[in-house]
Write a protein that binds this ligand. Structure first.
Ligand code: HEC
Length: 163
């Protein structure tokens, strides 16, 4: 090998090492700065499956965002259900789903066809499954206030004033 060739190989080697180190450093930096997705569910697979079927059957996603998805993507100003289990208790949710008129519990500012429909006609078991699953949709503490604010503003159309 000539001297010039050695130098070129050495240079290529050096560039390779530097780029690997640089990429590693970038990855480390990204994971440090980006805290990730704040929403998670504590539901068992069995509960998620049962609730998933009910959510599809009753088209909850036509209006609500649940884990980033809704059908009309933000066309209907319904509250997102991500993190709802950190804002409401299972008992509250069960009572809400059992109400003949959910607007007595949360007054609506929307036209009738966009409002939360009564789920009182569902079997008690189905209402319990939905309440248990919704209660399992949690948000990390660092995003709780943000979630509360978004829910308040969706519900009232007013700016949120923390106490
Ligand atoms: C036609 C649209 C629509 C459908 C379908 C719908 N919702 Fe709603 N939901 C709303 C709206 C709008 C609200 C806010 C209250 C209101 O305006 O009536 C709401 C409120 C809620 C709340 C209370 C949120 C809070 O801030 O505490 C929960 C929980 C909920 N819905 C769950 C569900 C579930 C579960 C389903 C499916 C079984 C469902 N919704 C189907 C429109 C809908």
């Amino acid at each position: 090998m000539k001297k010039g060739e050695k130098l070129i190989f050495a240079l290529i080697g050096l560039i390779a090492v530097v780029s690997v180190v640089y990429q590693g450093w970038q990855v480390a930096n990204v994971t440090e700065e980006d805290p990730g997705i704040p929403y998670y569910s504590t539901a068992s697979n069995e509960l998620s499956d049962k609730a998933g079927k009910l959510i599809r059957k009753h088209s909850c996603r036509e209006c609500h965002k649940i884990f980033f998805l809704n059908d009309l993507t933000q066309n209907v100003p319904s509250p997102s259900l991500d993190g709802i289990g950190s804002l409401r208790t299972e008992e509250w949710l069960y009572n809400y789903f059992s109400a003949e008129n959910p607007q007595e519990i949360i007054p609506s500012r929307l036209k009738q066809r966009f409002q939360m429909p009564s789920l009182a006609h569902l079997s008690e078991e189905d209402r319990r499954i939905l309440a248990a699953y919704m209660a399992s949709l949690k948000v990390e503490d660092w995003y709780l206030e943000e979630t509360r604010k978004a829910a308040y503003e969706k519900r009232t159309g007013k700016e949120y004033q923390p106490e």
